[in-house]
Design a protein around this ligand. Sequence first.
Ligand code: GLY
Length: 378
Amino acid sequence: MSLMPESRLPTPVQELKVPLTASPYSILVGTEWWEQVGETIHRTLPDMSHAFFVVDSEIRGQWGEPLVKQLRDVNIRVDLAEVPSGENSKSPEQLAGLWEQMRMDRADRQSVVIAVGGGVVGDLAGFAAATFNRGLRLVQVPTTLLSQVDSSVGGKTGINLPDAKNVVGAFWQPSLVVIDTVTLNTLPPRVLHSGLAEVAKYGVIADADFFAWLEKNASRLAKADPEALRHAIAVSCQTKADVVIADERETTGRRATLNYGHTFGHAIEATAGYWKFLHGEAISIGMRMAAHLACSRGLVDAAFVDRQNALLKQLQLPLSWDEADPQGMLQAMQNDKKVSHGKLRFVLPTEMGHVQMYQDIPDAQIIEAIEICQSDPS
Ligand code: GLY
C-alpha cells in the first residue's frame, strides 16, 4: 500500500513504508530537499489546521524557521516552542512547559506537532504529542544521524527522571518522518561518526549484505558523502521499520535485538558519566564487548570480531575505554531498566546479519569481555 503517491514526491526522495495496522506511516529520505519539506508535510496531512513546532534552540534559525515560513506560506497557523539543546531538556519541567504553551496556543485535534532536532527533541515533543489532548499527530524531522536512523522511527517517546533515563514515556507513532541529509552537513564530525555506530549495528543484527556495503563505503560515510549517507539512512530506517512492524511494543524479543551493544553501552555511559562518550561512541565499544562475549561463548569466531572492529575503526569510532570498571559496569547493568526479572540479557551475534538473546551468562565472561576492551585491538 502506498501511503503517498510516488509521483507527488519531489525526486529523488525515497519513500519507505511502515505499514503498522493501526497507524501506517511513511519515512521520506532525500538529499537537499529542505525547501519542499513544508509543502510535503502539508500534502501528507491536508487537514492540519495548526502546526506546533518543537525545535532545538541551536538549529532554530537554520532548519526550523524555513519550515515555519513554508507552512505559513500555505496559510497554516504556526506556533513554535524552542527547546535548549541537550539531554537535560528531556525533563518533566520542559514537558510541562510544552503542555502549557500548547494550551496557550489553542492546540487541538487538528494540530500537528512537528519535532525538528535530534533525539532529545523528538522524544520530548513526541511525548508531548502523545499526551496533550489525549494525543495529537506527530511529524518527526530528525536532523542528526543518530535520530534519523534510530529514535525518529518506531514510536518510542519519553522523558527522563533525575536518576533514570526514559522511564516515563509512551509508544506514539509519528504520522510522517522526514529526513534530509542536508542537515548533516553542519554536524561536527564526532557527532556524525557517533551516529554511524547505530548504522553499523543494523548490518550486524540483520543484514550481512549491508555490512559488506558499509565496509566498501566506510570512508565515504566518515567523510559525510551525501549519497552514501542517504543510502545508509534508508537501509537503516527500513531495517528498523521491519523490526518495529514485527514487534511494535517490544513484547516478543525481536525489537530488543535493536539493543545490540547497548547493554554494555548503557553501562559505559552510566559509569563514565554522560559527558565522556557520545551515545554512539559508547555503543561502538559496547558492540566490541558484545562481540568478544559472543566469541568466548563460541557463537562467532575471532574473524567476526576483527571484521566488526575494522569497520567501526574505519567509521572513526572508539573501540576501547582504558578506565572501564568491570564491577561498576556489572552493577550498572543490573540497574538498567531492560533487566528482565532480575536476569541480565544480552543480544549476541551468531553470524554476520543475525543475533539472538542470551541470558544466564556467568559474570566472569562478562567481566572478561569488558577487560579485553580496556585496550585497543592488537
Ligand atoms: N532504540 C531502540 C528501539 O527503538 O526499540
